[in-house]
Design a protein around this ligand. Structure first.
Ligand code: ZN
Length: 214
């Protein structure tokens, strides 16, 4: 069984000016799809076929198989990223998530400013992350394709893709404006809150293990 490109969880024009249909055509339809195809192609040489995506990522890292790690990790990272987004309807964190944000950062604006700072300050390509570290929220970033899936105890809640392909069409080279627009308007806080159960990795997983656990 090979991995597939997950559908976007919203209509291609639903994010309006914050992330255009043209960006999604390229970012989801071409970049994300290329990671899927390349992962499937590389898998054939490894004996890992039929394993869940999360297992392939961890095995590739262990074996030092950089090509497979980079492509499979990017497949997962993007599958998670799309779920972190939702049409701009004034959504805000609620319940336990809102409480943890207040506890860790004082308020939502301060947390978003810190996440933006991490995203903007990250040198070259990578991903800014809000993760659950023990019982507390933590902001961090990972380089290139690197992913929380590969780290024991790093529980992903929310991510922002800061590869240039994520923002060049809509924001040109202005990563700060991209980060502020996306984080301030089109975050799916319901999804972020759900990930407080520590099961975020499984929500962008696919393949055998993901199916049997569902
Ligand atoms: Zn991307």
């Amino acid at each position: 069984m090979s991995f597939t490109l997950p559908d976007l969880p919203f209509a291609k024009d639903a994010l309006g000016r914050f992330m255009s249909a043209e960006t999604l055509d390229y970012h989801h339809g071409k970049h994300h799809k290329a990671y899927v195809d390349k992962t499937n192609q590389l898998l054939g040489e490894t004996g890992l076929e039929g394993r869940a995506l999360s297992e392939v990522i961890r095995a590739a890292k262990e074996q030092g198989n950089k090509g497979l790690f980079n492509n499979s990790a990017q497949l997962w990272n993007h599958s998670f990223f799309w779920q972190c987004l939702a049409p701009p309807e004034g959504q805000k964190p609620t319940g336990k998530l809102a409480a943890l944000i207040e506890e860790g950062f004082g308020d939502l604006d301060t947390m978003l400013a810190k996440l933006k700072e991490e995203a903007v300050g990250h040198f070259a390509s990578g991903w800014a992350w809000l993760v659950l570290d023990g019982d507390a929220l933590k902001i961090t970033s990972l380089h290139d394709a690197d992913t929380p899936v590969a780290y024991e105890g790093m529980k992903p809640l929310l991510t922002l893709d800061v590869w240039e392909h994520a923002y060049y069409v809509d924001y040109r080279n202005e990563r700060p404006r991209f980060a502020e627009s996306v984080l301030g308007n089109i975050v799916n806080w319901e999804f972020v809150g759900k990930n407080l159960d520590g099961e975020g990795v499984s929500r962008a997983d696919q393949g055998e293990r993901a199916l049997t656990e569902a």
